[in-house]
Design a protein around this ligand. Sequence first.
Ligand SMILES: [Zn+2]
Length: 228
Amino acid sequence: MPDSKHHFTNKLPVVRAMVMGANDGLISISALLVGLASANSEKESLFIVSIIGLLSGAISMAAGEFLSVSAQKDSEIADIKRESESHKNHPQEEHDELIELFVERGISKKLAKDIADEASVDKELLLKLHLKEELGFEGEIKSNPLQASLVSFMAFMVGGSVPVITSMIVSLGSVILYTTLSSILGLVLLGGVSGYLGGSSPFKGALRVGIIGSIILVFSINLGKILG
Ligand SMILES: [Zn+2]
């Protein structure tokens, strides 16, 4: 899996959870706020609803992240177990497989064999090498469900606070305009950061999130008008 998302996920799981949480908080809370403001809500109800939205969104984000990272961790543990059992039961096949993997990478058969022979002396190192070559593991399990869920919770709160604070400091008549502007700005910045971290173009990431965010906000504003 050489794609950038995998790269991103493997290297910076905490940063990924942070960006995703902040993104979600920004989009969902700003959509809620502009929708309510379009439906002629009072400032007090805007405040109450956005606080409820912030908390419930952050909790559900944290729960979702906990479940998904737990599942990922389970599958990593299962992979390690499967691989280590295979080493016990079929050492020769595993040895040949490692040579094959190196050859596929463009290493000569002779050198590949030498590396595999030398690696087979240290069983722990050998297992690590297999996990890295076959599954892209860096050795230890990095998925931490609790950490990911806490980070997501905080990130959602921070992201969602941008539209909440904006809507509270401007007059009721300008809530839609300024909440939209500050949220799009926040989304574009986050999109740029996540594009950069993912190894792709920050501009592309920023543009993509900016466009999607704008569509969602325009939809919410119109929905608020219809319902209000
Ligand atoms: Zn193997």
